[in-house]
Write a protein that binds this ligand. Sequence first.
Ligand SMILES: [Zn+2]
Length: 141
Amino acid sequence: MGDVELIGHELIESCLECGALTAGEVTETIDGDRLAWAVSTRCSGCGRAAEVDGWGEMPGIVREALIARVGLVRLQADPAASGRLRVRLLAAFRKGGATISEAAGAYTALTGLGITGTPSEMKLLADRLTAAGATVLLTPR
Ligand SMILES: [Zn+2]
């Protein structure tokens, strides 16, 4: 992506065809056990439609635009019930790409104030933790 500016929840850039300003909207979904995201743009000048797709972590400004539109959610688990599952939950975080120390930090957050992220990020994590035996709670932040 070229020269992009975030205004509200839209990614504003110049149309490659006519130079008019276009507004892109970000969506994020879960595909299997991966995050998929897309920026859909339609030019108000010439009507040119474009879509940029990606897997996993999205560029910073794209994530900011998504959060501006859909907000953040909080994922929590009961500390007492999670204690006996600690090793399995750490493994679930590791499976999601966390280092050992990141997994330990994530476990502490999960059983404390909660982990925040986009709805799809937290749904994917909730599914992994639930598969590991945890009972988790998702709430709007
Ligand atoms: Zn155009």
